[in-house]
Structures are given as C-alpha cells and as structure tokens.
Write a protein that binds this ligand. Structure first.
Ligand code: ADP
Ligand code: DAR
Length: 346
C-alpha cells in the first residue's frame, strides 16, 4: 500500500471504511509507534479484506493512543465505550447467576468461555519480531507447565505437528484454524507455524492457544450447559497463569488485545446450541439476541457458516462491562432462546 489514501469501495461496510477520513489519514500516515508500527500497518487487513467487519488491528498498546482518532470511534461504536470511560474487571463466580439452563441436554451442545491476553511491554502479534514471538512461546509454555490438578497438561507446538493431528484438533473445535486472511493481512501470521501452539489438559476442557491473534487465548470448554463450571475453571486458570505472567492492562482499555473488539475483558462466552424452530423464525431469533447484546456465529468460529440448526451464540460486549456481565449477557440470552424454542415447539 502506498502513501495515498487507500481505495475503499463505496460498498465497504467495515468500521474502517466508516471512520477513516482522508484528513485523518493525512494527519496520521507519517506517525509510528516505538515498535515502528504505522497507520498503514493498522488498517492493512481492512484494506485488503473489504468484507471485514472492523478492519483494524493494533501492533502495541501505544497504537491505541497514537492512532486514537481512528480507534476511538471504532471502540465507541463496537463497545458503546467513550474515550474517557474506565474499565472494571470482576471475575468472582459468586456474582454469576447461571444454573444450567438445559439440564436435560436438549439444546446446548457445548459451552466455551475464552479470554485473550498479551504480555506487558511486548509488541502485539502484528508488530512482534520472530525472535520476540519465539521467546513469548517459550515463556508461556514454561508458565503453563507449572499448572496443577485439573489444569495440568502438555504443550504441543504447531511447528512439527502432523497435518492429521492439527486438522482433527481444528475439526473438534479445540485448535485455531490456519490461514485466516484477516489475520494474515494484519501481519499476525508471519513466520507461521513457528512460535504457535496449543496447550491442553488430558480431557481438553482447559486449553491455551499461543501466538494466534493474541499471545494467549485461555479457554475453558465442555459438553453441555454447565456455564458456571466452565467459568469457574477459566477464572482459576487465569489467576494461576497471572502469578507467572504480567498481562498488558490499562484502566481505560482493560486487557490490551490485537483487535479492538476484544479489549476490556477480552472475553467471549459462547454456547453451541440447537435451535431448529427459531432458525426458521429469524425475526424472533434476532430480537432476542439483540436484546441481550449477543452475536451469532457459525459452528466453526468466526466467518464460518452455520451447519444445520446449531448456532454459536456469544456475548458481543467485552469492554466497559465486567467478566460477570459478559457471561450473564450470554446466559440470560440463552435462557430466553430456549424458552422461545420450547414455545415454538408446542
Ligand atoms: P474465538 O472464540 O477464539 O474468538 P472463534 O470464534 O474462531 O474464535 O472459535 C474458535 C473455535 O472455538 C472454533 O473452532 C469454534 O468452533 C470453537 N467454539 C467456539 N465456541 C464454542 C462452543 N461453545 N463449543 C464448542 N466449540 C466452540
Ligand atoms: N477479521 C476482523 C475480525 C474482527 C473481530 N474478530 C476478531 N478479532 N477475531 C474483521 O474486521 O472482520
């Protein structure tokens, strides 16, 4: 991409296209962060992928202040969070009301709650060097090896992993997919697969992705709808890992992440849920998900298509709300979706 304002087609609906003006581009294009990250680096994913929803990534915490004329309106629009707002964290499971909404296992196939984390004072994935990324991998893997009890497990580097093992882990929803074009255009896939990998316990209810979109994705997941059990396991793991690794955090933006949609709690709490009747009543379906600030994804993650009548339903809000609110948003929405599904089945 050259020094000129990027060619963004009129049908581009990303937040980048909506908020990047020619004047803003001219004012910011010659600036760079201490890690050499530029505006052009930050917007390249949205320029190359005009079907992006957002289209921007940060290369370090400084990106969010240096390029704030672009990031602030995107953060405001996505999270309803202003430039002078502060973020609060609350991960106390006692504050979560979430008795299993599907004890008969008729609707919820599985529950997964994840957070993104990055190491303080290290560039994010879009600006990190190969040497830094390999050091990040080694330090996180070393910290994970100290985990005990249910969290005890092993680290499996992507480098050297057989395609058969890798593809099975992806198919079974445990491992990130490969070759994501949005991440690639953001510089997040450089030197792939070196420095990337997955840690998991014996029964794969606790997993950690290393150096995908963020330096850590800490994940708790299991079959069924025991959302509180999944959340409690995740919080226990986060607290244990935090004794070994200093996470990048600010009072304004919470946990710092590559994508602005993950700032704050960096938490996505999701269920895979079968909704055969609601799938035919889109208005009712989307009215309920909108009311509870929920997002609908396909069962193979972001940008994937829904398979049959099973949907990935998760919280949309991550910044300016606590971790409890993220999970409560998802829980309350799932309760209402199940009620609506039951009514439509009568
Ligand atoms: P992320 O949640 O990390 O932002 P994705 O939406 O791409 O990333 O999902 C990553 C993987 O996690 C995908 O394989 C997806 O199918 C799986 N996944 C997400 N939610 C659930 C769930 N509730 N149960 C099982 N797998 C899930
Ligand atoms: N490809 C980006 C994704 C934005 C939100 N999802 C993340 N960060 N995984 C887009 O702009 O669509």
């Amino acid at each position: 991409m050259n020094d000129e304002f990027p060619k963004l087609p009129s049908n581009c609906t990303s937040m980048l296209c909506k908020h990047l003006s020619k004047e803003m581009f001219e004012n910011l294009k010659s600036k760079q962060t201490a890690n050499g990250f530029t505006l052009k680096n930050a917007i390249n994913s949205g320029v190359e992928n005009i079907d992006s929803g957002i289209g921007v990534y940060a290369g370090d915490e400084e990106s969010y202040t240096l390029f704030s004329p672009l990031f602030n309106p995107i953060i405001q629009e996505y999270h309803d969070f202003g430039k002078n707002d502060t973020h609060q964290s609350n991960m106390n499971p006692d504050n979560l009301y979430a008795p299993n909404p599907d004890p008969d296992k008729k609707y919820i196939v599985s529950t997964r709650i994840r957070v993104g984390r990055n190491i303080n004072n290290i560039p994010l994935g879009s600006a990190i060097s190969k040497k830094q990324r390999n050091k990040v991998e080694a330090s996180i893997a070393k910290a994970l090896k100290t985990l005990k009890g249910e969290l005890k497990g092993d680290y499996y580097p992507l480098f050297g992993m057989s395609k058969e093992v890798q593809n099975k882990l992806i198919k079974d929803h445990f491992l990130f997919k490969e070759g994501d074009r949005f991440l690639a255009a953001a510089g997040l896939n450089r030197d792939w697969p070196e420095g990337r990998g997955i840690y998991h316990n014996h029964n794969k209810t606790f997993l950690v992705w290393i150096n995908e979109e963020d330096q850590l994705r800490i994940i708790s997941m299991q079959k069924g709808g025991n959302i509180k059990e999944v959340f409690t396991r995740l919080v226990t793991a986060i607290k244990s890992i935090a004794t070994k690794i200093d996470f990048s955090y600010s009072n304004h933006l919470g946990y710092i992440t590559s994508c602005p949609t993950n700032l704050g709690t960096a938490m996505r709490a999701s269920v895979h849920i079968a909704l055969p009747k609601l799938s035919k009543n889109k208005l009712m379906f989307h009215t309920i998900t909108k009311k509870h600030h929920l997002q609908i994804r396909g069962v193979h993650g972001e940008h994937s298509k829904t398979e049959g009548v099973i949907y990935d339903i998760s919280n949309q809000r991550r910044l300016g709300v606590t971790e409890i609110v993220c999970v409560q948003d998802m829980y309350n929405g799932v309760v209402e979706l199940i009620e609506a599904e039951k009514k439509l089945s009568k």
